[in-house]
Ligand binder design. Sequence first.
Ligand SMILES: Cc1ncc(COP(=O)(O)O)c(C=O)c1O
Length: 367
Amino acid sequence: MTGNTAGPALPDFPWDSLADHAATARSHPDGVVDLSVGTPVDPVPELIRDALAAVSDQPGYPTTHGTPELRQAAVDAMARRFGVTGLDPVAVLPTIGSKELVAWLPTLLGVRAGDVVAIPELAYPTYEVGALLAGAEVARVEGLTALGPRRPALLWLNSPSNPTGRVLPVEHLRKVVDWARERGTIVASDECYLSLTWESSAVSILDPRVSGGSAEGLLAVHSLSKSSSLAGYRAGFVTGDPALVKRLLEIRKHAGMIVPRPVQSAMTAALSDDQHVVEQRSRYEARRKVLREALLGAGFRIDHSEAGLYLWATRDEDAWDTVAWLASQGILAAPGTFYGPTGNRHVRIALTATDERIAAAAARLAN
Ligand SMILES: Cc1ncc(COP(=O)(O)O)c(C=O)c1O
């Protein structure tokens, strides 16, 4: 932990500890295959770049709430892509990618010291960081019973999951929503991998079968980084309970948390087109197949991983031993411990590399 006198003690940035293994992997004669981060590598679709450029001459401040066109495009995309109907465009709020919202959501919602934020046992590290920034206590739990009598102020869900690729079924999500509503717990569902499903279909927290047709107490957090290869643009949005979104908007207006106007335009174009999402999805599907077979052939076991951008793989040994072995083959992966203590026997292998690099990884694993 690195502490300072001005703020909460935050965990060390996990990827910094990979530096030695990264150096080993980089020394491979045919270059590194970096599968340790989920950063997109395919070009930004032309229709999105055109939309960005078309408003690059506008000098004025953009609105924090986003243009009406952007909010309507988000509502329409939620209906078309995920069957979430009845959303009001007023309840859509663009975010500067979803990471900043994840990190600041507890603070923006007024979560504070003495409150509990519940996060998955194995989770994207920023949920914990967000709770710590608000001074709250973190409860890392697998299932609701582990919470006992505690009533968290906020509960994070992430289905499909980073890092495990696990998908939570409708009935499970429904139970969580009922449980949370009984306790006044806000549910934030991080849905950035919702359109990337392979072996099972995933649903939004705002799916009527889950929400009961009301967004009360629910927030769905969306990102265009993975589905539209827009990580560089910083493009996301949050939607759900209109009263909660209103509260977020009020603070974000004061704090200058505004998505740049050209990015708002790019997001509108991206959310209005599904073809590029389908194409991107099939790129990842093909890479997943190659990597999955290569890992199984090399003696790995792959757990969960039915959706999302990662393979959750193990050789039934300490995660760092697997990272070291992969690095010796010129392949960089993330140890499962980055996502929680129970990840100590898995590595997370991202599908986000070019076809050429994925083929190189497969060839190395075959030797
Ligand atoms: C689960 C999860 N949530 C949120 C993010 C943040 O994505 P972005 O800030 O690019 O929208 C990521 C990025 O990898 C992620 O894996």
